[in-house]
Design a protein around this ligand. Structure first.
Ligand code: SF4
Length: 173
């Protein structure tokens, strides 16, 4: 299905001083037919029918797979872009090979609930996470932008519980 792509890496124009990178991979093949199978296997955060696209949020990144391109944001470096693109290429090709065994999905996956995340935080509004309140942190964690490692006052047990909750909604690549 997907044999290759051409990658472009750039800094976001809106904030050129920002340290993270964006990447667009232009695909050699049109993969629109695999999108509902990929969504079924990986549990996309949002699935769009027209034009077709599926988005995934994980580890503070937003990944959008379109028929002819893949967009990645908030990358540390080029090596991270390569790792995610190679992982996606494998997932895309595997989903296509196994499509007869997969029920295609046109739905968006359930999202973590802000109040459930808040329950697992210390709720002291201490600001050590560089957010004004624990509620704001919970909203950012629900979006996949913040994670348990970003709240220093969490105990090891609390961090593990938050990790366990969030991992039900997140991808591991
Ligand atoms: S560091 Fe943790 S306890 Fe402090 S405000 Fe952020 S989420 Fe709340």
């Amino acid at each position: 299905m997907l044999k290759g792509y051409r990658k472009e890496i750039f800094r976001p124009e809106c904030n050129p001083g920002f340290q993270s990178l964006h990447c667009i991979a232009y695909l050699d093949e049109d993969i629109r037919e695999v999108l509902p199978y990929l969504n079924a296997v990986l549990g996309g955060d949002e699935y769009y029918q027209d034009p077709p696209a599926v988005t995934f949020r994980s580890q503070g990144k937003l990944i959008t797979v379109h028929p002819r391109k893949i967009a990645l944001n908030a990358l540390k470096d080029e090596a991270e872009a390569d790792k995610i693109l190679e992982w996606l290429k494998r997932e895309i090709n595997e989903a296509w090979e196994k499509r007869l065994e997969i029920e295609p999905s046109y739905d968006s996956a359930p999202k973590p609930k802000i109040l459930e995340i808040l329950k697992l935080l210390p709720k002291t509004n201490c600001g050590q996470c560089h957010e004004p309140t624990c509620m704001v942190f919970a909203a950012r964690a629900a979006e996949g932008v913040k994670g348990p490692e970003d709240c220093p006052p969490l105990t090891d047990e609390g961090r593990a519980r938050l990790q366990d909750y969030l991992s039900r909604f997140r991808l591991d690549f």
